[in-house]
Ligand binder design. Structure first.
Ligand SMILES: [Zn+2]
Length: 179
């Protein structure tokens, strides 16, 4: 894979943590009481679980491929570098599988932080149109092309896993052509 490892996923994870897991600053008190004006917002447990599951997935995948990898770093966002370090000797397909997971998690972190536009730049796997949009209820990216539908006339929808797989395959093909 490329040497300039894409650390977007780690950045997005940090952003998600900063957005949802850090207790907001308490407002100024009224001067007579030590109680803050606003109670601190509770830590968002959904996000905690989401991050934990993401780290576990990468950790598990890495250990399966490289049983001697040792402990994963304590800081969640560093798990991606750790995974790359310990699997950089593996065959291209295995590295692509790792990158597809990391890339998908980057999309998931961004969407969890409210940035659903991240799906837009991906071409539709069916028709190649660019301009997918995120449908929260379905947890899928939907094609904007009115003619791109299934047999029932429902717009084609794609899991992030599929978009990530296609993205990494394209990147890998470009890298192969360049060498
Ligand atoms: Zn389409």
């Amino acid at each position: 894979m490329s040497t300039g490892a894409d650390d977007t996923t780690a950045q997005r994870l940090r952003l998600l943590q900063a957005e949802f897991l850090v207790h907001p600053q308490t407002g100024p008190g009224d001067g007579r009481s030590s109680r803050p004006t606003h109670a601190p917002a509770p830590v968002n447990l959904g996000v905690v679980d989401r991050i934990r599951a993401a780290v576990y997935e990468v950790e598990h995948h890495t250990r399966t491929a490289a049983p001697t990898a040792g402990p994963a770093p304590a800081e969640a966002a560093r798990v991606y570098d750790w995974a790359r370090q310990h699997t950089s000797h593996l065959a291209t397909e295995q590295q692509n599988a790792r990158e597809a997971i990391i890339y998908r998690q980057g999309l998931e972190h961004a969407i969890a932080a409210g940035d659903t536009d991240v799906v837009r730049k991906h071409p539709c796997p069916q028709c190649g149109c660019v301009g997918l949009y995120w449908r929260e209820a379905a947890q899928r990216a939907v094609c904007i092309n009115h003619y791109c539908t299934d047999d029932n006339g429902v717009s084609n929808m794609w899991e992030l896993k599929r978009l990530a797989h296609d993205h990494i395959s394209r990147k890998s093909a470009v890298a192969r052509r360049a060498t």
